[in-house]
Design a protein around this ligand. Sequence first.
Ligand SMILES: C[S@@+](CC[C@H](N)C(=O)[O-])C[C@H]1O[C@@H](n2cnc3c(N)ncnc32)[C@H](O)[C@@H]1O
Length: 367
Amino acid sequence: MNQSSGRSDPKQVVEQGYDRVAHDYARLEGEAAWPRLRWLRKLLDRLEPGSSVLDLGCGSGDPADIEIAKAHNVTGVDISQTQIDLARQNLPAGRFLHADAGSVQFPAASFDAVVSFYSLEHLPRQEHEALLRRIHDWLRPGGFLLFSMEADDIEEIVAPWLGVPMFMSCFDPETMKRLVVGAGFELVETAIESQVEQAHDIPYLWLLARKTPGSVRGSLSVSIRDLPPVHVAYIEYKANAEQSDMHNEISECFRRVQAWLTERGHDPMIQLTIGAITMADGQLSSYECCVQVSDQEQSGSGGVGVKDLLGGRYAVVSIEKDPRIIGESIGRFYQEYVPQHNLQVDGLRPTYEVYHERTMEYCVPIL
Ligand SMILES: C[S@@+](CC[C@H](N)C(=O)[O-])C[C@H]1O[C@@H](n2cnc3c(N)ncnc32)[C@H](O)[C@@H]1O
């Protein structure tokens, strides 16, 4: 691939590209069999009949979704309308959504497996970590993730492919594996395998992983993770007995940090939003309203500070952002999960609330 400037919107480049080459892409595999169905078999052998399987970047659904649908329910997502039209023709019983895998939403714990073949490298690699965490949320405890993606280290390129410009971006395989583990998965099997495309050998990372089983009952989903430190801009909200509208005041602090970032030309909506909780004598003593910033941001101003949030070993409870279940899930975590699993909560490090669009992660430091 010849490298060129990647200034155009990557999602548009991919969508328009696959709309034009969907039929040519379907013929590519004719050259020599790809390992996709062999890896898919490793997953299917582990699923109960009637499982729910999500395919991100499903393409025409041929052959993977056709194979999956022989025993399971398939939901496919693709950014190309032409691919979605082909998938609906190939598999009328499937559910196919024309959407961007980087922003599509599903309820927590709604799939038994998520697969993605040859597609993740078409999303900017800055989106990969957040996507893996969202996939983790969508999976039931013990659910599986299977994907393949080019085994390369490319920040981003737009290059000619099958006669159209195509966008690609990926981390090297070791980084990708670390992101998968960091998102709460245990690796089951990984390999680098080359396959022939247009007379070239292209190496792909294949990865089968499992969401660490940790659920007590219902939708309470807990994983034990090593969280990395996060560089953030923040405003500290100090709790005191007189404050009557804590919720609104905390929201206002988040708004001020986001405004501060916007003034500096950053888009706060694509950064992690984190609440860092410090307790004293069983009461909230402070809540730091934090938004992730790049390492280049070294000092704050106008009441906004900049610092690193400590990482370390955490129990991460994934919860839908529904006020009716947040309190209940956190209560069940402390009353049931902690004693059942002999966890020791570390009272010296803060608890974090990490906010995503429809879910949040309540992260409790453990020893
Ligand atoms: C190389 S094809 C793979 C298709 C299919 N998974 C297979 O195994 O043949 C990549 C597919 O990913 C889709 N895709 C790329 N970026 C996407 C995104 N951000 N969201 C959803 N689909 C995407 C493309 O439209 C294309 O159909």
